[in-house]
Design a protein around this ligand. Structure first.
Ligand code: SF4
Ligand code: SF4
Length: 433
């Protein structure tokens, strides 16, 4: 066993209000300069939707991330080859138009021009057909501007592979804040021919050494989450640095610190590095999540603490792991899930799935998952957060709904005996707090 420490984050999707404060504070801190205009280390996209950069989830289009071949992981970019051969391989790159080109207004003309019947609007206008999506688009276009038309329902359906027509009132959306996952098995690091991409030993933050980067850009398509960017001014790769200078000074990441919904939780995880590759190469993608949970270690276990000390992990970090809200939500309570675990990079940013759509069922006294009537289909959530394993989503949502019921009964001073059969009620109390 080789123990490592990883700084990690959980986001509770029910609490995201889509205000984009996190993206703006991140931008002002890290990418507010020439060459980085189009970059958002943190972005908040509307789901279902084509995202930023557009269609980043289409792994066939970008050929990113790891693929499982004959029981072994290979980079889908073809970068399994030697470093020298990698230099001659030119994977498909996202273009500026895929990120959405920022525009600026001619304020002089806007202010002084006469009011007309049709005022100028931004270029994107509609999301009706696939062809038009190619030319008319912007991040969060599916949100407020796309409108509640049948086209949007159609797109929702295509994302979850269903043919059934949705009525207007069935249309759903949610927000998905995204940043680099500081993966345990980072495809960006594996793809870099220069050795410029690296994972920091002490806290697992994935960084680009700007002095070593030669601008090969293999990391950009290799990241299946498309969270590495190319700076056209410096000709170097850039990415989220998990605000490591803030972490080193005892402060949380700027996105977490400024989150209006208070939906981000930062914390430390301890894991067994020797088991990462095997977990990533789990044959059945639907089992990856469970296998990744197995590599996370209990920071209260005396054997783990002793091994961590032997590995040189400081007492402060061990204490941080013991007090980590991330450990509680990910491993103890099992309510936070990895985004697209099937990409096999073992991401270390986790998400609590949204449960608001089933609240009305709780009010009606209907247990989930007995009732299938959910506004956000389980099939869609499982595709996003459980590598297609619907049972995982059902279990998490059931836990969340039970927690709410438990809280209500506690608050009213009513009996909570009904929960004793299925839960350690001390644990529910801890979640409640
Ligand atoms: Fe690398 Fe992408 Fe994982 Fe970040 S999310 S560590 S850029 S593979
Ligand atoms: Fe969501 Fe928080 Fe970002 Fe606002 S600041 S968009 S609530 S993650």
């Amino acid at each position: 066993m080789k123990i490592k420490a990883q700084i990690s984050m959980v986001m509770n999707l029910d609490k995201c209000i889509g205000c984009h404060t996190c993206s703006i504070t991140c931008k002002n801190t890290w990418t507010n300069r020439e060459g980085a205009e189009y970059m958002y280390f943190n972005n908040v996209e509307t789901k279902p939707g084509i995202g930023y950069p557009r269609n980043w989830e289409d792994q066939n289009r970008w050929k990113g991330g790891w693929v499982l071949k004959n029981g072994k992981l290979e980079l889908a970019t073809g970068s399994k080859a030697s470093r020298l051969l990698k230099l001659f391989y030119h994977p498909q790159q996202p273009e500026l138009k895929d990120y959405f080109e920022p525009w600026t207004y001619d304020y002089e003309t806007l202010i002084h021009s006469k009011r007309k019947n049709n005022q100028p609007v931004a270029r994107p206008r509609s999301l009706i057909t696939k062809e038009r999506m190619e030319v008319e688009w912007g991040p969060n276009w599916e949100d407020d501007l796309a409108g509640g038309d049948t086209a949007r329902a159609d797109i929702n359906l295509k994302n979850i592979g269903q043919e059934v027509a949705l009525d207007f009132h069935d249309i759903f959306m949610k927000y998905l804040p995204r940043l680099c996952n500081h993966c345990l098995n980072p495809a960006c690091v594996a793809a870099c021919p220069s050795g410029a991409m690296y994972k920091r030993d002490e806290d697992g933050v994935v960084l680009v050494n700007q002095d070593v980067c030669r601008g090969w850009r293999h990391c950009v398509p290799a990241c299946p989450y498309k969270k590495v960017y190319y700076n056209w001014k410096t000709n170097k790769a850039e990415k989220c640095v998990f605000c490591y200078p803030r972490l080193e000074n005892g402060l949380p990441m700027i996105c977490a610190d400024t989150c209006v919904g208070r939906m981000r939780y930062a914390g430390v995880l301890l894991y067994d590095m020797d088991r990462v590759q095997a977990a990533a190469a789990t044959p059945n993608k639907e089992d990856i999540y469970e296998n990744v949970l197995d590599i996370l270690l209990d920071p209260h276990d005396p054997a783990v603490i002793a091994a961590a000390r032997e590995e040189g992990i400081s007492e402060n970090w061990i204490k941080a792991a013991q007090e980590s809200p991330v450990y509680k939500m990910v491993k103890e309570w099992k309510i936070a899930l990895p985004l697209h675990a099937e990409y096999r990079t073992v991401p270390m940013v986790w998400y609590v799935p949204p449960m608001s759509p089933i609240l009305h069922q709780r009010a009606a006294g209907v247990n989930f998952p007995e009732s299938e009537e959910m506004r956000i289909p389980v099939a869609y959530l499982s595709q996003l957060l459980a590598a297609g394993n619907e049972a995982v989503i059902r279990r998490v949502l059931q836990t969340l709904i039970d927690l709410r019921r438990f809280m209500q009964k506690q608050t009213r001073g009513e009996s909570t005996d009904e929960f004793k059969e299925r839960y350690d009620t001390d644990q529910l109390m801890a979640m409640y707090r």
